[in-house]
Ligand binder design. Structure first.
Ligand code: AMP
Length: 144
């Protein structure tokens, strides 16, 4: 297995998140890598005749949501006894934010679940599939 330095685990808070985190933790331990837990708060910009919301507007209007999501990330990390992780919550489209974050922060492995909220009937969920196609680094899809 490659020697990874910076691992990004994408967390959607489904029941399978523990499996994804556990695998990310194991790989991180094997390569002494840093690990970041990322959750993307899914937002859909509403572009209508009378109102237009931008991603930035939604982000600044909902700081409590970001705080709560960060606290939930920390709880999940505690569940799998993961220490020293970086916790990150970003609003946007999951596959876009996950791969953009990876590029910006020199992530060399992204760990996702094979399925989450969008993938029950697919071979690979839509986020997992999107990450696989967009990422410039290795992607580990944990079979859940
Ligand atoms: P999906 O392809 O949406 O069924 O989800 C597959 C995997 O993508 C999940 O197990 C997570 O690892 C990741 N994922 C999905 N949605 C998000 C999200 N909003 N934030 C972070 N990771 C996500």
């Amino acid at each position: 297995m490659a020697d990874y330095k910076n691992i990004l685990a994408a967390v959607d808070y489904t029941a399978e998140s523990h499996q994804v985190l556990q695998r990310a933790k194991n790989v991180a331990e094997q390569s002494s890598a840093e690990i970041t837990l990322l959750h993307v708060i899914e937002i859909t910009p509403v572009i209508g005749e009378f109102e237009t919301f931008s991603y930035v507007d939604l982000y600044t209007d909902q700081p409590e949501m970001i705080d709560r999501a960060e606290r939930d990330l920390k709880c999940l990390a505690e569940d799998v006894e993961m220490t020293d992780a970086v916790f990150k919550v970003i609003p946007g489209v999951p596959k876009v934010e996950i791969t953009s974050y990876a590029e910006e922060y020199d992530i060399d492995l992204i760990v996702v679940g094979s399925h989450g909220r969008h993938g029950i009937s697919l071979i690979l969920g839509s986020t997992a599939n999107g990450v696989l196609h967009r990422a410039k680094c290795d992607v580990l899809a944990v079979r859940v």
